[in-house]
Design a protein around this ligand. Structure first.
Ligand code: ZN
Length: 256
């Protein structure tokens, strides 16, 4: 009798070191969002952020705990998770910023320039109000000339970005007894409502505005002045692999 190897085989185990907490890990799954480090709970996306930041700043991929303490390196996060923010603040002049609470940063309206050696913006740009190009332009402008941006959003290979609310002009998210609705007066005066809103991690600034297309992202980066755009690659030693969707980008301005 033949043995059915496909059904009896144990799931492939991924053995790696967490580059955020340093723990040796063994996980039967590597997922962009699900926790796969039993010690600190990090996901593939978070470990890639640290990997990309290290390669962008230093060249080699140093685990967070082995990065040098260099207070002259200035950086910001945009609603980074505490497991990233705490470690980064221990090594650099790093501030985690927020849209709704201090220390605030509104990436669409900020007028600051050339302040930072690095900016981490992970799962933020799908939430900013239109026109989204302003956010890309400000991301580039906030960086020093040789600064790096570590960037993630949900994106796909569809022909164009899917804007859920293309005519936003004067708008707000309103809570009714039956749930949240988006109320908008368009530039030409029409009043429109949108229901079935998608929030990431709770209502507020986390309303999903769009799903980027890869081609649109490349155009946003180019217009903003980013000339080096590296898409995330696997790095199995840190448990960064098997990410078929929405890989991150490491961005630089100036000469390639
Ligand atoms: Zn960990």
């Amino acid at each position: 009798m033949e043995e059915d190897l496909s059904s009896s085989a144990a799931p492939a185990m991924h053995r790696f070191t967490c580059n955020i907490c340093g723990a040796p890990c063994e996980s039967d799954h590597l997922d962009r969002e699900r926790s796969s480090c039993a010690a600190c709970g990090s996901s593939v996306r978070e470990r890639w952020i640290i990997h990309a930041l290290s390669t962008g700043l230093f060249g080699p991929s140093l685990p967070l705990r082995e990065m040098p303490v260099r207070r002259e390196i200035r950086g910001i996060g945009m609603s980074d998770s505490p497991r990233l923010a705490d470690g980064l603040a221990a090594h650099f002049s790093y501030t985690n910023t927020f849209f709704h609470t201090e220390p605030r940063l509104d990436i669409v309206t900020t007028t600051n320039e050339a302040l930072y050696d690095f900016i981490i913006t992970s799962e933020v740009f799908e939430h900013v109000g239109p026109p989204v190009q302003a956010a890309f332009n400000n991301l580039a402008r906030l960086l020093k000339p040789d600064g790096v941006a570590v960037f993630t959003v949900p994106w796909g290979y569809q022909p164009a970005t899917i804007e859920h609310f293309p005519d936003l002009h004067d708008w707000n998210v309103v809570e009714l007894r039956s749930g949240y609705v988006l109320l908008n007066r368009t530039a030409d005066g029409r009043l429109e409502t949108h229901e079935n809103l998608v929030f990431h991690g709770g209502p507020g600034s986390t309303l999903e505005m769009r799903i980027f297309a890869h081609a649109s992202l490349m155009e946003h980066f180019r217009i903003a002045g980013f000339t080096t755009i590296q898409m995330a690659e696997d790095y199995p030693a840190w448990g960064i692999a098997e990410v078929p969707w929405s890989r991150g980008f490491l961005l630089r301005k100036g000469a390639a």
